[in-house]
Design a protein around this ligand. Sequence first.
Ligand SMILES: Nc1ncnc2c1ncn2[C@@H]1O[C@H](COP(=O)(O)OP(=O)(O)OP(=O)(O)O)[C@@H](O)[C@H]1O
Length: 327
Amino acid sequence: MGVIEVSDLSKHYGDVRAVDGVSFTVDAGEVFGFLGPNGAGKTTTIRTLLGFLEPTDGSGTVLGSDCTDEPAMIEAKRSIGYLPANPAFEESATGREILDLHGSIKGESRRAELLELFDPPLDRRVREYSSGNKQKLGIIQSFMHDPELVVMDEPTSGLDPLMQQRFNEFVREERDRGTTVFFSSHVLSEVRRVCDRVAILRNGKLVTTEKIESLLDRSGKFVHARIRGRVGADAFDGSAVHDLERVVVDDEDGDRDAIDGADGGELATVTEVRFTYTGDVNDLLTSLANHDLLDLDIEEAPLEEVFMRFYGAEDGSTAEERGDADV
Ligand SMILES: Nc1ncnc2c1ncn2[C@@H]1O[C@H](COP(=O)(O)OP(=O)(O)OP(=O)(O)O)[C@@H](O)[C@H]1O
């Protein structure tokens, strides 16, 4: 049995189908990313699973407890850590008082260790906290009783890049200790570093559940190259190249400074190409090696691109289903 099991779960607010027939399973010891754009239904799913909202239809269990069974959920929550989106701590309390309170209810065996990693100003009142410090307090609060499962709603919002990196390392170590982690995000680059699997939600429906590597393989790389000389549109042709943009910049006035990086005594011409690449990366490097490169960037395609490529249409049909040529 999965640590979280969701079967045909729906939650409607009047006419709004916030969650609409969603099914997935989170296995013990995995880091599972719950991805989707704003308004996709991530928070509603999480709050329903934790028993804060009544499902309209379908079912969910967390650590074996039915999410609609209040006494069972109270018991299960001893072994669950939860970090809501925008945690609402008592504003007049200090961080220390908040941790003391949570510790007295659920336990705090890992408090000191967590405070070494995430260090909010404990003696200040929460109303004076920055959003990043609130988030750090929330992370400590959700892990300090050493739960089996931690559920987090957009955990890195408000954290600076260094803290985000520390959080990612921490989550990987947690997985190695056997903790199951389920967290929502709308940023693929954020989850790709830590997740084993992801589910992608759109308009309340699940569009895919898959291993992060296979999603990244399918979504491809974003390539941006600056090439000395004039390069024809056919130089980067082929079924693995998508959304090719090519700009040729001629330095007709002989003003060499106009083209950054194009040096030498001759008139400079530079071709800039940008495209998404979904083929074998060795083939990409072979074709790039045929050119005199001035600069090259290759990075993971951003989630927005992945959405557009696979789930772009408003009706939820994928480009593949619509038979778009450029897939
Ligand atoms: N209490 C409510 N009453 C009516 N509609 C609601 C309510 N809460 C959420 N919704 C709607 O349900 C849909 C899903 O919202 P939800 O907050 O679950 O999405 P989300 O994926 O968590 O978004 P975000 O990334 O912006 O937090 C949205 O259309 C939202 O407007």
